[in-house]
Write a protein that binds this ligand. Structure first.
Ligand code: ARG
Length: 488
């Protein structure tokens, strides 16, 4: 085609202003939909055979060309020198170049509006699969870290003040919990967008006799065809949902990153990052910076921005397709990539984070992290908790005065301050005792953490079997047909 692949030239005599032509061109952002676009072209052509527009012979020719194009692009990459204005024009150009008039027939009864909606869902489906797998990999890295350190103590924080001892494994598994919810959110979003918009036309539905149920099945949409053509071409809430799932994932990764940046500080000294994920300073020879984690924290800003951009993109749009929607890809696709890369890098960083277990254990025993347990001991000796809290607080003050920890209070001090207690404080308030006392579901006791590690290992192995088996969003075709015919 000599008109820049324009699909709509007939009523136009003049050329596009060159700057505007470039401005409206989306090929650099949507070229990655090329394979999805081939799939929709193939499925649509087959549907057109069913509708009596194309013959079986036509379809065979089209299928052959599509197969060749796919093979070519897989081998040599996508061409970069096209003058087409978007991926749909680009693919059509290629088809027409090889099939002539037959290529021009494929767009019968179809619009780029239902085409782009379908391509994006197919493409998103791939992305969700990829993100889910990356999150699973990170969860596995964290579970292995937890297995390695199920019984190793470290200080636990609230308000970034030392609070109570926890195990390193407990900290790692906290993130597995959060990330497993992010994983579920992605799958959940997929289940909702797993419906085929093709056949919706520009806004009102195709005028040709297309079997949309078969078409949806051919493109492996689990939930059949979309049920309202206006909604199917105009809505992008599924993009917002995926963007939210990514933003939430990045928020969790960013908190994980922040924790580890602190752990790696000289002040904490809990973690040392291996050479694979740490970088030096061009000026200060002593530096060993946790850049991997810092970049993850930084990329979170970009992904969160994408969610906000998408919501803003949608908020004022009249129902029906509007060209604004083209920008959705420019916003979302880089955010998906950033989320995926960050998840992969986080796993590598976790694998390369070496805990100084001795220092972590020593620090868990410093700073009165066992004061709650002292109060609990008093409760067990029948002191009401409020009073116990006060007595333990006074004991902390005295220990600070003496420059000792609670479990180091001399016997005479214990007698005066804590006459209710006859136990050996060194033993009852040891880090080990404090940890073991929290042997409740969800608690930090090493035995619990070990049990949770085992639980996660089983769950993650089940994840690996694929998430389609785990949901039941698969109404069968008969059911869909019933819904359809009962309207007649
Ligand atoms: N490139 C457009 C997009 O991504 C699809 C084309 C629809 N264009 C149109 N004029 N209706 O949204």
């Amino acid at each position: 085609m000599s008109d820049g692949g324009k699909m709509w030239g007939a009523r136009f005599e003049g050329e596009l202003d060159p700057q505007f032509a470039e401005y409206q061109d989306s090929l650099q952002y949507d070229i990655t939909l090329a394979f999805a676009d081939l799939d929709t072209n193939l499925a649509w052509s087959e549907a057109l055979v069913g509708a009596g527009v194309l013959t079986d012979d036509d379809f065979d020719k089209i299928a052959g060309v599509i197969e060749d194009l796919a093979a070519q692009w897989h081998e040599h990459g996508l061409p970069t020198d096209s003058d087409a204005e978007d991926v749909h024009s680009f693919v059509e150009q290629q088809l027409v170049a090889q099939l002539g008039d037959l290529g021009k027939r494929i767009h019968t009864g179809r619009s780029r509006n239902d085409q782009v909606a379908t391509d994006m869902r197919l493409h998103l489906r791939e992305w969700v699969g990829c993100l889910v797998e990356s999150i699973e990999g990170l969860c596995l890295a964290l579970v292995e870290k937890a297995a390695q350190h199920a019984g190793d103590p470290m200080p636990g924080y609230t308000h970034l003040q030392r609070a109570q001892p926890i195990t390193i494994g407990h900290h790692a598994l906290a993130y597995v919990e959060a990330l497993s919810r992010d994983r579920e959110r992605l799958i959940d979003a997929h289940n909702r967008f797993d419906q085929c918009p093709l056949g919706s036309g520009a806004l009102a539905g195709t005028a040709f006799d297309i079997d949309r149920i078969e078409l949806a099945a051919r493109l492996e949409f689990q939930n059949g065809p979309t049920r309202n053509s206006l909604d199917a071409t105009a809505s992008r809430d599924h993009l917002c949902e995926v963007a939210f799932a990514c933003s939430m994932t990045m928020t969790n990764l960013s908190r994980l990153a922040e924790d580890y940046v602190f752990f790696a500080s000289f002040e904490a000294g809990f973690v040392r990052f291996g050479d694979a994920v740490a970088t030096g300073s061009s000026l200060m020879p002593q530096k060993r910076n946790p850049d991997a984690m810092e970049l993850i924290r930084g990329k979170a800003a970009k992904v969160q921005g994408a969610l906000q951009s998408l919501l803003t993109l949608m908020k004022g749009l009249p129902l029906g397709y509007n060209r604004d929607l083209q920008i959705d890809k420019e916003i979302l696709l880089p955010a998906l990539d950033a989320t995926n890369q960050s998840t992969l890098v986080a796993a590598t960083a976790i694998e390369n984070a070496v805990f100084d277990t001795e220092r972590c254990a020593a620090e868990a025993g410093r700073g009165y992290l066992n004061a709650t347990d002292l109060a609990d001991l008093l409760v067990n000796a029948s002191v009401p908790f409020r009073d116990a809290h006060g007595i333990a607080g006074t004991a902390v003050n005295r220990a600070i005065e003496l420059g000792v920890e609670l479990h180091e209070l001399p016997a005479n001090e214990q007698k005066t301050l804590l006459p209710q207690l006859s136990c050996d404080l060194a033993e009852s308030l040891s880090v080990e005792a404090v940890l073991n006392r929290r042997n409740v579901i969800g608690g930090t006791a090493p035995a619990r953490v070990r049990a949770e590690v085992e639980r996660w290992r089983i769950l993650i192995a089940e994840w690996a079997e694929g998430y389609h088996e785990l949901d039941d969003f698969n109404p069968d075709e008969e059911e869909l047909e019933l819904e359809f015919t009962s309207d007649d």
